[in-house]
Design a protein around this ligand. Structure first.
Ligand code: HDD
Length: 755
């Protein structure tokens, strides 16, 4: 603003870079605000900092964004400049000696531009390279001060800003979203006592028990080193070779081969902290804790054939889904549930809570709902925020502590370490998305890209010249839980870690028949891609320890006999579990009904315009996302003479991108549809992927042409395949919406598929 610019004599053009006038420098002051954004300022400066708050944005306001305002830039109305702020007159032509002559070495504008461009890329994450993120907040339902002094749980209704990044694990940065893989679910809480990162996955267990094996696991799953294939896929020899020699991976393999490995959306998957953590209260008392995020939209997945086709139709399927939901105001929400248990409880369990290949069944320790996560704002800049965010399991705050889980212990080192090469040095905490909203004061200094201008001559402690500052926080500061340990220093594992199959069996037995079938089919697919017969056999011999039906189904798919079960590593009694319904995806249909579900409404010349408009409006009113899909873009003349605008074509928006399809009545439209393979494929795929279908009037005749059966394989009526007379669709539309809210009808499936 001009008034603001006039008020700042020393650097008027800088004002344009500040998000809010209030945060711009005051007249006569230095243009750089006294922010602690980059860390290391003194305590008096901190009081002036725009980043200081009680961690509680006003309702509807996202404090994470507020803290980033200092660095958010907007070029509207600004002149083009070099990085030194020199206005650029000509951004089209390099400086040449004569119009047809060589470029002059002195062209600092060209050289700066090319140099910056040449260095635009940073190394991608060694795992979880492909991800998408959003800002939001965590709101506590109640004070949890009985068990933890951690700031986000201090009082009911308290909001803590968060930044959450979801990711695939194995694929490179540009790989597809819908590959079979675990998904990362990493949450950075910006608390007033520092940043707490809960770096979890959508699967509550892990492949390995000890961080010592992590590089081996990742080498095995990444593209094979001699030819760099396959991308973002575990379906190859080196992965299955490794895991089949590591029977501790069996439990996680079952999860990864289940539909959890192909979520419908980041909004419809759970998240888990995986390890046992500690909570510590103000009195220094500690309990163990497992963290669970549960999406309010329910847990929903893709089916494999669909996931594979989406990779071609829209490789950004999950990124787009998250972005569009937030832009559209349907903020993804997840409830945080804690499983809290004491060390004495843990000693009585028949598994070891330090073993990351084991979960704590909810029947044993129920979930205590403690708050919700709301993602309400997309990042402004993918690189600055999503790419540069650095999650570290070492980032914990007073009230949270580690357990001795040997996988977690290794992670505490690895994350901080990896950021140093990925983000170019030890000052990555100064990158705005990583910087704490609480004050940062210490005697760490210098290093590559240091932003903070630490004042004064004192950079050591103890000191008298700086009045002893910054001083130790004492009891207010982070104190490690003083767990008594008196043991020999050894390399080894506790005996209970050697039970590799009981919980894999628990998982299998907790699945519905359709989910079991999907798991067996996924093993079959992956192992079919494996070329070494001995590896296939070894995997089946592991599965023989889980369940004979599973081993038999996979072996039959591979054309082999079920081999002898792999010898057990444990001689302890085998724990037995009752099935746990919570482990089935179908256990959580969700509370959001048809909101954000994408529905294709087919249109063609001669279609029933009234029905299309009415159904479109009805779905929209309930928060669904209806789209008019046609053969070509442009207007379509409906039977009543009105014009309907095609939003996307069958070619650009194929079936796999929609949750359901509606084909309205249209006597005149029908001949074109019957001739159009796009339409018939659309219908077939919607059927095959178990999605709701609503056909009105003559459209029903498309079923026979597409080869889609009207009844389920057992002859009973298909509740997700709904037909109605033209003009009398009210009941049918209601049934369609019920089916849409229910997501899929697996009763349609057969192996091989009939359509
Ligand atoms: Fe990890 C990234 C989750 C085991 C080492 N991990 C990373 C991310 C997530 C997880 C979500 C992406 C964070 C982001 O979005 O930037 N990792 C897990 C979970 C594990 C796990 C849930 C098991 C319970 N990880 C694990 C082990 C090690 C690592 C055992 C090493 C000893 N993980 C890393 C890493 C990464 C990483 C190499 C790569 C990029 C990064 O850290 O920032 O340090």
């Amino acid at each position: 603003s001009q008034a603001l610019a006039a008020a700042i004599p020393n650097n008027p053009t800088k004002a344009g870079e500040y998000g809010e006038a209030a945060r711009a420098p005051q007249p006569g002051a230095t243009a750089q605000p006294a922010s602690n954004a980059a860390g290391g300022s003194t305590s008096t400066e901190i009081l002036d900092s725009p980043k200081v708050g009680n961690g509680q944005p006003a309702p509807g306001v996202n404090a994470t964004i507020g803290s980033l305002d200092r660095v958010r830039a907007d070029a509207s109305g600004q002149v083009l400049t070099t990085n030194q702020g020199v206005p650029i007159a000509d951004n089209q032509n390099s400086l040449k000696v004569g119009l047809r002559g060589p470029t002059a070495m002195e062209d600092f504008i060209l050289r700066e531009k090319l140099t910056h461009f040449d260095h635009e890329r940073i190394p991608e994450r060694v795992v979880h390279a492909r991800g998408s993120a959003a800002h939001g907040y965590f709101e506590a339902y109640e004070a949890l001060t009985d068990v933890t002094r951690a700031a986000p749980f201090a009082e009911a209704g308290k909001r803590t800003p968060v930044f959450v990044r979801f990711s695939t694990v194995a694929g490179e940065r540009g790989s597809s979203d819908t590959v079979r893989d675990a998904r990362g679910f990493a949450v950075k809480f910006y608390t007033e006592e520092g940043n707490w990162d809960l770096v979890g996955n959508n699967i509550p267990v892990f492949f390995i028990q000890d961080a010592m094996k992590f590089p081996d696991l990742v080498h095995a799953v990444k593209p094979e080193p001699h030819h760099g294939m396959p991308q973002a896929a575990s379906a190859h020899d080196t992965f299955w070779d490794f895991v089949s020699l590591m029977p501790e991976s069996t439990h996680m393999l079952l999860w990864a081969m289940s539909d959890r490995g192909i979520p419908r959306s980041y909004r419809t998957m759970q998240g888990f902290g995986v390890h046992t953590f500690r909570l510590v209260n103000a009195a220094g008392e500690s309990v163990f804790c497992k963290f669970h995020w549960t999406p309010l939209a329910g847990t929903h997945s893709l089916v494999w054939d669909e996931a594979a086709k989406i990779s071609g139709a829209d490789a950004d399927f999950h990124r787009r889904d998250l972005w569009e939901a937030i832009e559209g105001g349907s903020f993804p929400e997840y409830e945080l549930g804690l499983q809290i248990f004491t060390e004495t409880d843990a000693d009585a369990f028949d598994f070891d809570v330090l073993d990351a290949t084991k979960l704590v069944p909810e029947e044993l320790v129920p979930l205590r709902p403690v708050g919700k996560l709301v993602l309400n704002r997309n990042p402004d800049n993918f690189f600055a925020e999503t790419e540069q965010v650095a999650f570290c399991t070492a980032h914990i705050v007073p009230g949270i502590d580690f357990s001795n889980d040997p996988l977690l212990q290794g992670r505490i080192h690895s994350y901080l370490d990896t950021q140093i090469s990925r983000l170019g040095g030890a000052n990555f905490h100064e990158i705005p998305i990583n910087s704490s909203i609480s004050s940062v004061s210490n005697n760490q200094r210098d290093g590559m890209h240091r932003q903070t201008i630490n004042r004064g001559r004192v950079n050591y402690e103890p000191n008298s010249l700086g009045g002893g500052c910054p001083f130790q926080a004492g009891a207010k500061g982070f104190t490690s839980f003083p767990q008594p340990i008196a043991e020999d220093k050894v390399r080894g594992k506790p005996e209970l870690f050697a039970d590799h199959y009981s919980q894999a069996r628990l998982f299998w037995e907790s699945q519905t028949p359709a989910e079991k079938q999907h798991i067996a089919a996924a093993f079959r697919f992956e192992l079919t891609r494996v070329q070494t017969v001995a590896i296939r056999q070894r995997v089946v011999s592991m599965l023989a320890n889980v369940n004979p039906v599973l081993a038999e189904a996979v072996a039959a798919g591979l054309g082999i006999e079920v081999p002898e079960p792999m010898p057990l590593a444990s001689s302890l009694p085998i724990p037995e579990y009752a099935p746990s319904p919570a482990l089935s995806l179908l256990h959580r249909p969700g509370e959001t009904g048809i909101k954000t579900r994408k529905v294709a409404i087919l249109v063609a010349p001669g279609v029933d315009g009234d029905a299309v408009r009415a159904i479109h409006a009805d779905l929209l009113a309930e928060g669904a996302v209806p789209r008019l899909v046609g053969s070509m873009l442009g207007g379509v003349a409906a039977a009543d003479g009105s014009t309907l605008d095609v939003e996307i074509t069958l070619e650009a928006g194929p079936a796999v991108l929609y949750d359901a399809i509606i084909i309205p009545n249209g006597e005149a439209a029908l001949p074109a549809w019957l001739r159009d393979a796009h339409v018939l494929d659309f219908l077939r795929q919607q059927y095959r992927h178990c999605k709701p279908i609503l056909l009105l009037g003559e459209a029903v005749s498309l079923l026979a042409k597409a080869g889609v059966p009207e009844a389920l394989p057992d002859g009973s009526p298909d509740p997700s395949l709904i037909t109605a007379e033209a003009g009398e669709y009210t009941e049918a539309l209601a049934a369609f919406k019920t089916a849409l809210a229910g997501h899929r009808s697996f009763a349609r499936e057969s192996d091989p598929p009939v359509v």
